[in-house]
Design a protein around this ligand. Structure first.
Ligand SMILES: *Cc1c(COP(=O)(O)O)cnc(C)c1O
Length: 375
């Protein structure tokens, strides 16, 4: 295998190279400012990102996991409560619910979009249910209109996990604007990524905004005076200044992802590969481009030998992971989730991916499918 010709799944360094001068200058400015935690850069980025999404308040925190945890706590979620989410997600989603003390209730996904099947929510509601936590996985926004009519009729909080959906819309409205509160991650490979950890909580509710601000730093409104129990989860000035530069490119980068996804879909559908489907009214941002095939494992090995990196997001659904045995789920409980976990494969996709690289991935899949059909 010629490593120089290999195609990575994702390439966060390319986004640095794309705006290197601006990022280098911003880093230098912060280094020389003498202020490294919760200063002007964080404040400006909180305002700019909140404005970009279209909500009133943004609160920078240490990571996406902590953004979820703090959002849950700001809503008063605690031990004894239940929070409904999906099993087909990053473990962070479920870990955050457990950090709050609540019990995660895991429901199945929609076969086409691979995000929460909202028709499963009502039967999961109990007197202990306090919140619904939709995950806009892969950059696909959950059917939030239907979800909201359920949450409103049952008086439940809606906490959106937007870690993979910066800029994605559903019926013209961005993810992060539909619920009471939303959590974003700026992990380096996300659509808007820092060069380290980072996250943000967004809300239109001034009371939630205030509670999140207290929670992120020891319950302080005033230094050294703890009004409530808090933690330490702060976004730093270096990451904020980098994110401010990158935010200006986000729409264009999402557009590039969509363009590339479209090429994959046009080329792969005729090969018998199940490609991501876009529901009417949805504008996904393709954090990942996830195909499905029963021959997943063999295809992944074949592509690896050709220098094409792929990954499975995610190979073992949360409800079947060892660490989550205590939740009491068994194999067969979430059939769509379980079937998808054995068929999904994420192909290389990032804004700087070149068309001839897409071509190589497609051609490799074509030769694999041809060989597989002869066998
Ligand atoms: C990345 C991710 C998170 C967690 O974000 P971190 O910044 O890595 O803590 C949460 N949920 C989903 C769906 C994610 O993809």
């Amino acid at each position: 295998m010629d490593l120089a010709l290999s195609i990575p799944l994702t390439h966060p360094k390319a986004s640095y190279l794309a705006c290197k001068e601006e990022i280098d200058a911003a880093i230098k400015r912060v280094m020389e400012s003498g202020r490294y935690i919760l200063g002007q850069e964080v404040k400006a980025f909180e305002q700019e990102f909140a404005a970009y999404i279209g909500v009133r308040f943004g609160i920078g925190v240490g990571s996406g996991t902590e953004a979820l945890h703090i959002a849950l706590r700001a809503c008063g979620i605690q031990s004894g409560d239940e929070v409904i989410t999906v099993s087909h997600t990053a473990v962070a989603t479920v870990a955050a619910i457990q950090l709050s003390g609540a019990r995660p209730i895991l429901i199945d996904i929609d076969r086409d979009t691979l995000v929460m099947d909202v028709s499963q929510i009502e039967r999961a509601i109990t007197p202990r249910t306090k919140a619904i936590l939709p995950v806009h996985l892969y950059g696909n926004v959950v059917d939030m209109k239907s979800l909201r009519s359920i949450s409103e009729s049952h008086g439940l909080w809606v906490i959106e996990d937007c870690a993979q959906s910066h800029g994605a819309t559903h019926q013209g409205q961005k993810s992060g604007t539909w619920g009471n509160i939303a959590a974003f991650s700026f992990y380096p490979t996300k659509n808007l990524g820092a060069f380290g950890d980072g996250g943000m909580v967004l809300t239109n509710d001034p009371e939630l905004d205030e509670r999140v601000r207290l929670l992120r730093e020891y319950g302080w409104r005033q230094r050294y005076i703890s009004e409530i129990l808090g933690l330490n989860s702060r976004l730093d000035e270096l990451q904020a200044t980098i994110l401010r530069v990158k935010l200006k490119h986000l729409d264009q980068w999402n557009e590039e992802r969509r363009k590339k996804a479209k090429i994959y879909t046009e080329r792969l559908t005729s090969l018998g590969i199940v490609c991501p489907s876009e529901k009417a009214g949805a504008l996904p941002v393709y954090h990942l481009y996830v195909i499905r095939t029963e021959k997943r494992d063999a295809l992944q090995m074949f592509l690896k030998a050709k220098g094409i990196e792929t990954l499975v997001h995610y190979p073992i659904p949360i409800h079947l992971q060892n660490a989550y045995k205590g939740l009491g789920y068994r194999k067969g409980d979430l059939p769509v989730t379980e079937q998808c976990a054995s068929e999904i494969l994420s192909l290389p996709l990032f804004p700087e991916l070149k068309e001839d690289e897409i071509e190589r991935v497609v051609e490799s899949i074509r030769s694999f499918m041809k060989a597989a059909s002869i066998k």
